[in-house]
Design a protein around this ligand. Structure first.
Ligand code: GDP
Length: 298
């Protein structure tokens, strides 16, 4: 495994006991370590550069405060800058003022969308909502069934095309689901859409058609934290092709250091809103910039 950023910084400062302002040489040595650690955590290079620049700037201008040694001071600056770049506050879901809130999920196949749909539904139940899941992924064999199984696990009904009615058109399914939600008084609708293995024009168009048909309150881009640098390219493609309001990072239980969170937020400007961290339906929570900063740092 990698040396953590905190360890790296502590090492750099091992022989340094001075108080007061940090020397330029200390700041450069520190910047080098931060740069390496962030690149190892799969943060995109332009984001690393900007980040290191901001940390250097602060390290130059701030006095080392009484209670902290220089290493602690730098770690504090890095932590604060990480929180800032990750969006500061947790961005909450925006619920519709009237009628059901429509949440549409988009992302590559394997990102964890179908699993996430059920986790989100369970979480919403905990917020006193009465969600409904919608199987608009009619591309992947078993996707509808998988959503139904997951829906059952969390006790949330799944709206899906009738078996025997052909494959159905995902746009029609999504549109009909909103009517169904109104009839059955569900206050949140979560639409699972198809993903492909790579970014693909037909997939983008289908997601865009569903978006146009149902006018979601939130489009969430679901991305596997383990894909590292590719996460940024994929996010940018979805932003251009479909557009999204927020990001859900999945598979944070793996050993990904969370660089994807930093890069996506910084490059797309869209907040990471939720984090999924395991196969259990309860392995899901709001994304906390502060906790992610600690994960990247520690
Ligand atoms: P989809 O193709 O985007 O709908 O992805 P799925 O929901 O089918 O998930 C793909 C695989 O990733 C499945 O084996 C899931 O069990 C697994 N998975 C989903 N979310 C997580 C997570 O947060 N952690 C881990 N370890 N595995 C996950």
């Amino acid at each position: 495994m990698f040396a953590t950023l905190s360890d790296r910084l502590a090492d750099t400062f091992k022989n340094l006991r001075g108080k007061g302002r940090l020397s330029e040489a200390d700041i450069d040595a520190t910047a080098r370590e931060i740069r390496i650690a962030l690149l190892e955590a799969d943060v995109a290079l332009p984001v690393v550069k900007e980040f290191v620049g901001a940390v250097k700037e602060r390290a130059r201008s701030e006095e080392v405060s009484g209670a902290l040694n220089p290493a602690q001071q730098i770690i504090k600056i890095v932590h604060e800058e990480l929180v800032t770049i990750l969006g500061g506050e947790t961005r909450r879901l925006r619920y519709a003022k009237s009628g059901p809130t429509v949440i549409m999920l988009a992302g590559l196949q394997g990102a964890g969308k179908t699993t996430l749909a059920a986790k989100l539904a369970l979480w919403l139940k905990g917020q006193d909502k009465t969600p409904m899941l919608v199987a608009a992924d009619l591309q992947r064999p078993n996707a509808v069934q998988q959503l139904q199984v997951n829906g059952e696990r969390v006790g949330v009904p799944v709206f899906a095309p009738e078996p025997g009615n052909g494959t159905g058109d995902p746009v029609d399914v999504a549109r009909a689901s909103i009517e169904e939600a109104r009839r059955k008084l569900h206050d949140v609708v979560i639409i699972d859409t198809a993903g492909r293995l790579g970014v693909d024009q037909a997939l983008m168009q289908q997601a865009a058609d569903i978006r146009d048909a149902v006018q979601p309150d939130e489009v969430l881009f679901v991305v596997d934290a383990m894909i590292g640098q590719d996460a940024v390219t994929t996010a940018q493609a979805f932003l251009d092709g479909v557009g999204f309001d927020g990001v859900v990072l999945t598979k944070l239980d793996g050993d990904a250091r969370g660089g994807a969170a930093l890069s996506i937020r910084s490059i797309t400007g869209k907040p990471v809103m939720f984090a999924a961290s395991g196969e259990k339906m309860t392995d899901f929570d709001l994304f906390h910039p502060d906790r992610m900063a600690s994960r990247i740092l520690d």
